[in-house]
Ligand binder design. Structure first.
Ligand code: AMP
Length: 485
């Protein structure tokens, strides 16, 4: 079987790993970097990706696309240089670059990959990720959840059973997963998260603060100049990273961002302490607690039951994040030093690739569905068909019937959520099963089957058991609403 590489297609960076004698190894890109910025730029010289594209963001932000992951599975289109591009096409360009670089590095054509996605990615986002792989000439042999990949990277050499909690704070999303590792089986017990919380929000907050400072000093809101936005965010991100290691960061902001205007050549200088930065971003930090408590309660566990906490994602390097993890779980449980937090997901994806390629005969990966799924029944009541945190792949069915005599069709309204009232849950789709032969109320038997495949994609079918008539849809499980401030 040919090699299956692992790709962490991140909001900020993309990382590739392969297995070398059973151990995950990060593949450097053509520029020698271990992280490839997930950025695509349209330039006079053609389309460029990675660090070259990132450099372009400063000079030509309008034709540079960053954080495309946030648009995956949406109808968003990028209009650039006369062309119209889908998010998956842009992601495909990133994948093509990293897979091409990996091929050059390994001296062989790379055509198979395991790609990771956030645990809460819905159907469309997972499908879009798969399509991006196909556009890059890759067979996407499996899509796996990022936190699961992280636990896989850490759990491989453990013999005793561990209950592991993964905090994954990347550029754009926060995921919490609780996994049980042991005897070659990795079982996801619960997942939760906030799809609208990531390291970018810390940058944004600080950039806003810097903009306020500039306005105080100059009387001009720098955000009125569009080109100032990525520059201020980059400066903010730089300061944020500095403050992960140092207690102070000297910030130097050039004004007149394009060399125009009254302030060209002038700079605003400031000194920011870690304490000030943490005070400024404290509301963001607080949002880590809610999903964590939710995941613990879903798994029926207390913080004391957690043996290990794995910190994943570049933004977990922030000391305040680590301190919060220590406060919640205790110092001795935090494990972050052995594998780089930016690289652990790709490492786990490579291990999953190895499992699928048959390199580890004694390992199995068990994943779960994050939210309950079911259909609407009479009176607006939600009937669960698959409970949240059920292992996938899974197929479950239930028999339903008509509510009135001679009812010729039933509507199957597919929902996701934990509430008993349909109106409190999220609607995923609706379809009709028609041509039900006349019969008294309650007599027809309609079998509704929910099937979630190994990639977390849900298909729903309804069959009239009397006639064999069948209707089906593929629906998109949605993530829960962003949680808890
Ligand atoms: P990831 O998506 O895992 O690559 O995480 C990217 C996020 O981590 C971005 O918001 C980065 O700014 C952030 N990040 C990377 N390194 C550091 C650091 N040393 N301190 C704080 N945040 C960081």
């Amino acid at each position: 079987m040919s090699r299956i590489i692992g790709i962490d297609l991140g909001t900020t960076n993309t990382v590739v790993a392969f297995l070398d004698s059973g151990c995950p190894v990060i593949v450097p890109n053509a520029e020698g970097g271990r992280l490839t910025p997930s950025v695509v730029a349209f330039t006079d010289g053609g389309v460029v990706t990675g660090s070259e594209a990132l450099r372009n963001a400063g000079v030509n932000p309008e034709e540079t696309i960053a954080s495309v992951k946030r648009r995956m599975g949406t109808s968003h289109r990028f209009h650039l240089r006369g062309g119209i591009y889908t998010p998956q096409e842009i992601s495909g360009m990133i994948l093509q670059k990293v897979a091409g670089d990996a091929g050059t590095y390994l001296g062989e054509r790379i055509d198979k990959a395991v790609i990771t996605v956030p645990a809460y990615f819905n159907n469309e986002q997972r499908e879009a990720t798969r399509e991006a792989g196909v556009m890059a000439g890759l067979e996407v042999v499996r899509i796996i959840n990022e936190p699961t990949a992280a636990a896989l990277a850490y759990g491989l050499d453990k013999e005793e059973i561990h209950t592991v909690l993964v905090w994954d704070l990347g550029g754009g999303t926060f995921d919490v997963s609780i996994l049980e590792l042991g005897q070659g089986v990795f079982e996801v017990r619960a997942v939760s998260g906030d799809t609208r919380l990531g390291g970018d929000d810390w940058d944004q907050r600080l950039a806003g603060h810097l903009a306020g400072m500039i306005e105080t000093e100059t009387g001009i809101d720098p955000f009125l100049d569009k080109s100032a936005v990525p520059i201020l965010k980059r400066i903010a991100e730089g300061a944020k990273k500095t403050l992960s290691d140092a207690l102070l960061s000297d910030i130097d902001i050039p004004l007149g961002f394009r060399g125009e205007g009254n302030f060209a050549g002038r700079n605003v200088r400031a000194r920011l302490s870690r304490e000030e930065f943490e005070a400024l971003t404290a509301p963001l930090l607080k949002r880590l607690a809610g999903p964590t408590i939710q995941a613990l309660s879903d798994a029926g566990l207390r913080p004391i039951d957690i043996d290990r906490v794995i910190l994943v994602g570049g933004a977990t390097r922030m000391p305040a994040v680590r301190e919060l993890a220590r406060q919640m779980f205790g110092d001795s449980k935090i494990c972050h030093d052995r594998i780089n937090p930016d690289e652990v997901v790709a490492a786990g994806a490579a291990i999953q690739g190895g499992i699928l390629a048959g390199e580890f005969s004694d390992l199995v990966l068990v994943d779960v569905t994050p939210l309950s799924l079911g259909i609407e029944t009479q009176g607006g009541v939600f009937a669960r068909i698959i409970d949240r945190n059920t292992r996938i792949p899974v197929s479950r069915n239930k028999i339903f019937t008509t509510a009135a005599d001679d009812q010729a069709s039933v509507s199957i309204h597919v929902l996701q959520g934990e509430k008993d009232a349909v109106s409190d849950n999220m609607s995923l789709g609706i379809f009709d099963l028609a041509d039900i032969p006349p019969a008294p109320q309650g007599e027809p038997k309609i079998e509704v089957t929910f099937n979630i495949d190994v990639n977390g994609i849900l298909r729903v079918s309804a069959v009239d058991l009397h006639t064999g008539n069948e209707q089906k849809i593929e629906v998109a499980p949605l993530h829960p609403s962003a949680s808890i401030e």
